[in-house]
Write a new protein. Structure first.
Length: 154
């Protein structure tokens, strides 16, 4: 599933941002520009972090931004940006963040397969480090596909 959703249109590498909010907005705007969400969804992703805190920083150096399906999701989508300079989200255990994923889901279950593939990627610590080092979009996508393929065989 991740192969068909994460494409050159939904990834960016070496993005320069000044703070976590710009990082979330940049990843979210990739979803918006590609028709996965309405503009208000991106605002909701930021508002959630401001309200609830940096729980979206799931592991060392990785954030998974999202909002509720009712807040403007149109279809299942995923974007990923790598940051040129990691930024702090306020998560003492896992800051600074260098990989920001943005997820859109239209309900509470249709995206579970995608989350399963993401968990495979997140479980490959060495692979995650390689993602952050990608210098081109194609290199980033190739590394993701390699991780998914490797974990599917395991």
């Amino acid at each position: 599933m991740i192969h068909s959703i994460l494409t050159e249109d939904t990834v960016e590498v070496n993005v320069e941002v000044s703070d976590w909010e710009k990082a979330v907005r940049t990843a979210g705007n990739l979803l918006y520009k590609n028709g996965y969400v309405e503009a208000c969804y991106v605002d909701s992703m930021v508002d959630i972090v401001k309200t609830v805190g940096p729980y979206i920083v799931l592991l060392k150096g990785v954030a998974l931004a999202h909002a509720r399906p009712s807040q403007g999701a149109k279809k299942i989508g995923l974007s990923l940006i790598t940051l040129k300079t990691p930024v702090n989200f306020g998560n003492a255990d896992n800051d600074p963040v260098s990989l920001v994923f943005a997820l859109s889901a239209v309900d509470n279950s249709s995206h579970l397969e995608l989350l399963g593939e993401l968990s495979q990627i997140f479980g490959d610590e060495e692979g995650m480090e390689e993602l952050a080092k990608a210098s081109t979009k194609q290199e980033l996508l190739d590394r993701i596909h390699k991780i998914v393929k490797k974990t599917a065989v395991s």
